[in-house]
Ligand binder design. Structure first.
Ligand code: C2E
Ligand code: CA
Ligand code: CA
Length: 713
């Protein structure tokens, strides 16, 4: 009996180890694996396995099989249920030689000679089978072993029962809680009927505003009769914390079967801020903080509607800075940017314009005048103009930056947003063309030919790029007031465009400045003029001078002095015979800078003339400081000099001043004998005007004027 005593002891030892597994924290699979190995070892079989009944009840699958050392796996992993331990409610023992046909077939599927199969019940249902197999021999299990097999199946059953319960309820609840607690969003579960809190995660517990917000929202949600159908997402703002929450409600069945509302609160403040930022960026100009073109069009649409509704008028002001490119190119973008910011701020500061100013891009601004402001349109225009009558401060110095403004009213001119903007733009361009620093109303009856402007623009770009010779230099004689001898001339550009015909500078110079093409054209004119001057000097008129106009845009180019120096030396002209005409509007810029440029140019050899004197801001005091050789009095003073005593006094004053500061004085626009006589008497040095001769091509100039005594006509 020694063997059976051993058998008992071994059984007890194995069983104790197996029973201990009941307390194990391991997973179901880990525990079963342990149990199977204990069972296999004790029973000395080749295999032990746990099978599970498939969800459709037709197959029985191996959950886990324990294979003794050096044994091969079973031949099959599953078996049709109807062939497996048929009708078993207790342990079924079979060996190949003592079994039914069906049992034999089942054993052959697995390739075993001995099998013991015990059902495992979970929730009173046969869900699993515990089986031991031997593939080598037919084993007859004794009573002790049979008891062992039956006990093991019951232990597995109890473990399965326990694990399953934990999995569906407790363990899944644990997992859920862990997951929910690690979420930053607040989650709370409320009883559907009573509103009691069933669960709240760490975030909800810790953060008062989440708790407060959720509770407030859920109360409202429960209060609604048709809560199930109402909006299940609400966005809530908690004013105490300044936090935005997105709150979602889900109607669910809780683990205990009761109806609950699961409520999640996500902090969407950052998301909202980002969206606001995107919206802000979409409608704002990042540089100036003004609204942008898109917003302008949207707003204008509304204002036009409003005007139509109320039967009133509104207006759009289109502002374009004059020669902004100078500042940008000359001083650098940072300063241009600062100027734009200053102008934006100043515009916003005009009474009634806050929130109605837009930057359309570049140096273009728009102001929308709503119908209720229309009565004060003139006052607003005056205030805007006033902004540009004073200097801006850049780099610690004063800069004058003027603007041209076009105004289009609506809905009389159009009810269309794009039309209105275009009309104001066209009116602005007309203001530029008539000399900048002014405003102009869009007028249907006037022809603001924007089609023509585009045409000119395209053709000019092309001409500058590849047909610069389309630009032709004409020369107008300048005579000595006393001797009437033609001692110099002014080079005046024309454009003989193949596509558009012959044009005077008034038709394209402002646009060329606006488009930044003036530098190329100006360089070309200067070079042509220098060559011509040299040719005439070489031909015997050795002191004959040529005056060349320089645009402000050209003058504010960074390398203007160097560039002009190159042209002078390239042409080989005697620089002393070149007179560079700069306009008063350039001279009133930052004094230090203007001085530097003028002195730089002068050092190259040419003389400097101040053109259009009397039309701009400059004071006589200011003029005195500039190293000028010549002052050209503007034609407007000459037009009615015969009748106008003020004009006479002005010219006399300049003539006297010129003498004292050592400059010479030229008057332009002299058209008749009377004017000439009067100016000669006043003491003007040189005369330029149609009276002595119009601008003409070089060949004509040579034959009719060069070095000749002119009698006028
Ligand atoms: P500006 O420099 O004041 O040139 C004088 C203008 O007055 C010329 O007009 C000339 O033809 C005109 N003029 C001269 N005498 C008389 C007169 O007795 N009666 C009348 N009614 N007009 C007279 P133009 O050639 O049409 O040039 C107009 C403006 O275009 C010039 O004014 C100048 O500012 C600009 N311009 C011409 N050529 C150039 C150039 O090469 N570069 C630049 N930057 N500007 C130029
Ligand atoms: Ca001139
Ligand atoms: Ca002039």
């Amino acid at each position: 009996m020694r063997e059976s005593v051993d058998n008992y002891i071994m059984k007890d030892e194995a069983m104790t180890r197996i029973v201990r597994m009941l307390e194990s924290d391991g997973t179901f699979i880990e525990i079963i694996e342990e149990i199977l190995s204990e069972a296999e070892r004790y029973l000395c079989t080749s295999h032990a396995a746990l099978f599970q009944v498939g969800t459709d009840n037709t197959l029985v699958n191996t959950v886990i099989s324990y294979i003794a050392e050096e044994e091969a796996p079973l031949k099959a992993n599953n078996i049709p249920r109807r062939k497996f331990a048929i009708g078993a409610d207790s342990v079924k023992y079979c060996t190949l030689s003592s079994c039914t046909r069906e049992e034999r077939a089942a054993m052959e599927i697995f390739g075993v000679q001995t099998s013991a199969v015990a059902p495992v019940f979970v929730n009173d249902e046969n869900r699993m089978y515990f089986a031991v197999f031997d593939v080598h021999s037919e084993i007859k299990f004794d009573a002790v072993k049979r008891q062992f097999i039956s006990d093991v199946s019951k232990i597995i059953q109890s473990i399965a029962q326990k694990k399953l319960a934990k999995n569906s309820l407790l363990s899944s609840y644990e997992v859920l809680r862990e997951i929910l607690n690690s979420i930053g969003s607040g989650i709370m579960v409320f009883g559907r009927a009573d509103g009691d809190i069933y669960f709240e995660n760490e975030a909800a517990k810790k953060t008062d505003e989440i708790r407060r917000t959720i509770q407030g929202c859920v109360r409202e949600y429960i209060g609604k009769e048709n809560a199930g159908q109402t909006d299940k997402t609400v966005v809530h703002y908690d004013p105490e914390s300044g936090i935005w929450f997105e709150i979602k409600f889900s109607d669910l069945t809780w683990i205990d079967g009761s109806a609950v509302i699961v409520c999640t609160a996500v902090d969407i403040t950052q998301k909202k801020k980002n969206r606001q930022k995107i919206e802000y960026q979409a409608s704002n100009d990042f540089l100036t903080g003004l609204y942008n073109r898109m917003k302008c069009e949207a707003d204008l649409r509304e204002v036009i509607k409003e005007a139509l509704r109320s039967g009133q008028k509104g207006a759009l002001l289109f502002i374009d800075l004059d020669d902004f490119k100078n500042i940008n190119d000359g001083l650098g973008h940072q300063y241009g940017d600062v100027l734009l910011q200053q102008i934006a701020a100043a515009l916003q500061g005009v009474p009634g314009l806050r929130g109605r100013c837009y930057r359309m891009g570049g140096d273009e601004f728009v102001v929308i005048i709503k119908p209720e402001q229309y009565a004060s349109l003139q006052k607003i225009i005056k205030n805007v103009l006033a902004l540009f009558n004073r200097p801006w401060y850049l780099m610690g110095t004063e800069y004058f930056c003027t603007m041209s403004m076009g105004i289009a009213t609506f809905p009389d001119n159009s009810e269309d947003v794009h039309d209105i903007v275009k009309m104001a733009d066209m009116a602005m361009y007309d203001a530029k063309k008539s000399g900048k620093n002014r405003y102009n109303f869009y007028d249907k009856s006037k022809k603001h030919n924007s089609v023509k402007r585009l045409d000119i623009e395209n053709n000019m770009r092309q001409a500058v790029a590849s047909q610069i010779q389309e630009f032709i230099v004409f020369y107008q004689p300048v005579v000595d007031a006393v001797t009437k001898k033609c001692v110099s001339c002014e080079a005046l550009v024309r454009w003989n465009s193949k596509a558009l015909g012959f044009m005077g500078p008034g038709d394209f110079i402002p646009l060329a400045e606006y488009l930044g093409l003036i530098t190329d054209i100006g360089d070309y004119v200067l070079e042509e003029s220098c060559r011509q001057c040299k040719a005439w000097n070489d031909a015997g008129y050795k002191d004959f001078r040529v005056n060349v106009n320089l645009s402000v845009v050209q003058l504010l180019q960074k390398n203007v002095v160097e560039n002009i120096g190159l042209i002078l030396s390239r042409t080989g002209v005697n620089p002393r015979n070149i007179v560079l005409e700069i306009t008063e509007s350039f001279a009133i810029n930052d004094m230090e800078r203007v001085m530097k440029i003028i002195s730089g140019l002068k050092a190259l050899g040419p003389k400097i003339a101040l053109d259009d004197f009397g039309t701009g801001y400059s004071s006589l005091n200011y003029i005195k400081q500039l190293p000028l050789n010549i002052i050209k009095v503007d034609k407007t003073f000459i037009d009615d000099i015969v009748e106008d005593e003020y004009a006479q006094a002005f010219v006399k004053l300049i003539a006297d001043l010129s003498k004292t500061i050592g400059t010479q004085i030229v008057v332009e626009g002299v058209e008749n004998q009377e004017q000439y006589e009067l100016l000669k008497e006043i003491g003007v040095n040189y005369i330029q005007g149609y009276f002595f001769g119009k601008p003409v091509p070089s060949d004509k100039f040579e034959t009719e004027y060069l070095g000749q005594i002119l009698n006028g006509n």
